[in-house]
Design a protein around this ligand. Structure first.
Ligand SMILES: Cc1cc2nc3c(=O)[nH]c(=O)nc-3n(C[C@H](O)[C@H](O)[C@H](O)COP(=O)(O)OP(=O)(O)OC[C@H]3O[C@@H](n4cnc5c(N)ncnc54)[C@H](O)[C@@H]3O)c2cc1C
Length: 418
């Protein structure tokens, strides 16, 4: 491991301790930096905990693809539709939603895929690198994944496979019999599947984050559990101001607050706002069903992962509810979908969670130096794939902060690209 030569660059504040912030901290600590993570409350079940746990090396396709406008009514109003609009919150999002829609053309989707590929392709290797010689490595599972459909036509109409094919990904088509043999408890209406290899998942999402936080501490990093309300730059020093008006001084800082990054990032020149795509999960404890591999139900649009803590069903997209309570209707939809998918499902208890995906209008994260200060860095906006891309972002950001990024150019992820 190389150590930092320039003393001025040594003291770094990371604002936000989700997977992006924790990864950045670990890569910086390994290079000899003095690192402090600020979080309102560390390990308080952020998005980095509540996700489906997927390390998805093929997730290069944004949610919005060509033809999305004609599909929207079904996505909102049909029984299985995954999209919720929360009134009145979503009304104020209309300008952002229109911009989001403008990135659904073939050309834009190709551009997004091209720039998500380097962040996702080696996700399992990156998680192994991050967790090397730590307790966290025990939760990384290499696995195949199945995308399931009720029929082959639905698969053929799913534009995401056209994009993946264009970018050189391969998969195996699975017919009814093999699908039923792989998942004997699956409802017989599912007659077609896709098997993707070289994927992975985190089998205990809370313990994984907690083990990584232990690694931060073991490497000498500090954790301060206070909300950051401002960042000031005075005479080339960064002052982090917290809610109880304490002021901490650093050489550099990284803003990795997920969906709460806007205010701090805008102050330092970011034009790329994040909006919440709220998601939900329901975890069925002690289920009677053992899944050999995680599933993406491409009909109902949610992921099912065999976690050590239970069978987790995660998904749905809700706009306009960043400051509202979670919706019981959404939880009930997941529960009824789960029973429809596995009619014999039993369990001892259910645990519910809801949190916010940090979405940008062009589905690309913001990674790298602020346009207005060489001491401020950004790592936010990882939408549906922040667990997958967290360690890669962490390494890119750490190298960016130390001015020696030689992994990939960061132009497409620039904070002033809009
Ligand atoms: C239902 C669902 C399923 C998902 N499934 C997957 C999946 O299978 N695979 C995948 O790759 N991704 C998935 N995602 C997306 C992924 O979870 C997110 O993209 C990722 O967790 C974002 O990580 P983050 O570190 O940027 O933000 P977060 O995990 O939200 O962490 C941000 C942290 O910053 C702290 N913070 C915020 N503001 C401040 C402040 N002012 N001061 C101090 N601290 C602050 C918060 O307390 C929080 O701890 C899913 C998301 C959802 C909701």
């Amino acid at each position: 491991m190389d150590s930092v030569t320039n003393k001025l660059d040594k003291k770094v504040a990371i604002i936000g301790g989700g997977i992006v912030g924790i990864s950045t901290a670990i890569f910086l600590l390994r290079r000899g930096c003095e690192v402090t993570i600020f979080d309102k409350k560390i390990l308080d079940k952020p998005a980095s905990f509540g996700n489906a746990g997927w390390l998805s090396s093929t997730s290069i396709v944004p949610v919005l693809t060509p033809g999305i406008l004609s599909k929207l009514p079904k996505m909102i109003f049909s029984k299985y539709g995954p999209l919720f609009l929360r009134f009145p919150g979503w009304i104020s999002m209309i300008p952002w939603l229109l911009k989001y829609l403008s990135f659904s053309s073939k050309e834009k989707v190709n551009y997004i895929a091209e720039n998500l590929k380097p962040l996702t392709i080696d996700t399992v290797a990156m998680h192994k690198k991050l967790s090397l010689n730590t307790q966290a490595s025990r939760w990384i599972k290499e696995s195949s994944f199945f995308y399931i459909y009720k029929n082959k036509i639905d698969y053929e109409n799913d534009y995401s496979w056209t994009v993946r094919k264009n970018f050189g990904y391969q998969w195996k088509e699975v017919q009814s019999e093999e699908l039923q043999n792989t998942y004997p408890d699956l409802d017989k209406d599912y007659k077609f599947g896709i098997r993707l290899d070289n994927m992975g998942y985190i089998s205990n999402s809370m313990q994984y984050l907690s083990d990584l936080v232990d690694e931060v501490k073991k490497l000498g990093g500090s954790i301060i559990e206070e909300e950051v309300i401002d960042i000031e730059e005075v005479e080339n020093k960064i002052h982090v101001v917290t809610k109880n008006l304490k002021n901490y001084q650093f050489d550099r800082c990284a803003i990795t607050c997920g969906v709460f990054s806007n205010n701090l990032a805008q102050k330092f020149g970011s034009t790329v706002a994040v909006q919440s795509e709220r998601g939900y999960h329901v975890e069925f404890e002690e289920p009677n069903i053992n899944l050999k591999f995680p599933i993406m139900n491409a009909f109902m649009k949610f992921g099912i992962t065999p976690m050590q803590t239970g069978l987790r069903f995660a998904g749905l997209v809700e706009f306009g509810s960043l400051n509202s309570e979670p919706s019981e209707k959404a939880f009930n939809k997941i529960i009824s979908n789960a029973h429809e998918m596995f009619p014999a499902l039993t369990y001892s208890n259910i645990k519910k969670w809801s949190g916010h995906r940090p979405a940008t209008a062009d589905s690309l994260p913001v990674i790298g130096q602020s346009p207005s200060s060489e001491n401020v860095y950004f790592g936010y906006g990882h939408q549906h794939i922040g667990l997958t891309t967290g360690p890669k972002t962490g390494e890119l950001l750490s190298k960016s902060i130390l001015q020696d990024n030689d992994i990939i150019p960061l132009n497409s992820y620039k904070a002033d690209r809009f």
